[in-house]
Design a binder for this molecule. Structure first.
Ligand code: TMP
Length: 242
């Protein structure tokens, strides 16, 4: 089988497959923060994120939000549709946390009504600066139709996932999505995992996402596994020591 490494990201690698329209997406244990300035290996993270992403993407497909997920290939890899990615990140926030607190002096934990939507340029060297629709038009990163669709789909995702997390006693604080072109259309790509969103326990507000890594809180993958368990995601058992 001809498998060629096509792209290496900070936490995932993409390989060609025999099908020109599909890629193999391998979720690695690499965990990065501060635009790749800090990278560590966290055991089991690739496996947990692969299963987490598969579960969420399938829930979204069932709810009518098209995305690139095709099928699980192994514990750490999935087959996805090949997209031509748009170099912008779409962030939806239901509660204030992270950069919006720093930028606008907003208190962490404030409920945002209505939820906010922001674009960031995907560029680690520039530290993913915030951009607006005018920049996207001028620099031709996407068309006005793409922008409208990304916004609409990002909020459609919110509708599905707020409820899904709520049923598990969890708050979906915020999340980052990336979209790509497929044929003449546009669809959600990249991933939806605790690496790219914020999740808090609804009662205790315990942080259960990558902020545990960013802030050196420990038990990073354990927190991801707790969320997976509460959402009903089936993860392979840890093999017990001999
Ligand atoms: P922020 O508070 O740092 O702007 O991030 C908002 C959310 O988007 C948070 O859940 C982390 C996620 N995110 C990424 O995963 N990668 C990125 O490059 C950015 C800018 C945000």
């Amino acid at each position: 089988m001809s498998q060629k490494l096509l792209y290496t990201g900070k936490a995932k690698s993409l390989y060609t497959t025999e099908n020109d329209d599909q890629l193999l997406c391998v979720f690695r244990n690499d965990t990065s923060a501060f635009d790749g300035e800090r990278i560590e290996q966290l055991e089991r993270k690739g496996m947990v994120n692969n299963h987490f992403n598969a579960f969420i993407m399938q829930k979204l497909q069932q709810a009518g939000v098209p995305n690139h997920f095709v099928k699980l290939e192994s514990d750490t890899a999935s087959i996805v549709k090949r997209l031509k990615m748009i170099p912008v990140e779409c962030v939806v926030r239901n509660y204030a946390a992270g950069s919006i607190c720093r930028r606008l002096g907003i208190e962490s934990g404030l409920k945002l009504e209505p939820p906010t939507f922001e674009f960031f340029l995907k560029n680690d060297a520039l530290h993913d600066p915030m951009i607006n629709e005018s920049h996207i038009m001028t620099f031709k990163w996407a068309t006005p139709e793409d922008v409208a669709l990304m916004k609409q789909q990002a909020f459609a995702v919110n509708k599905v996932l707020i409820e899904l997390f709520q049923q598990a006693g969890l708050i979906l604080v915020d999340y980052k999505l990336e979209f790509g072109r497929h044929g003449h259309g546009l669809m959600l790509g990249d991933e939806f995992t605790p690496d790219g969103c914020r999740i808090w326990d609804a009662e205790t507000k315990k942080v259960l996402d990558k902020d545990r890594f960013r802030k050196n809180m420990g038990d990073v993958v354990e927190a991801y596994e707790e969320v997976a368990l509460r959402l009903g995601i089936h993860l392979p058992q840890v093999s017990s020591p001999a």
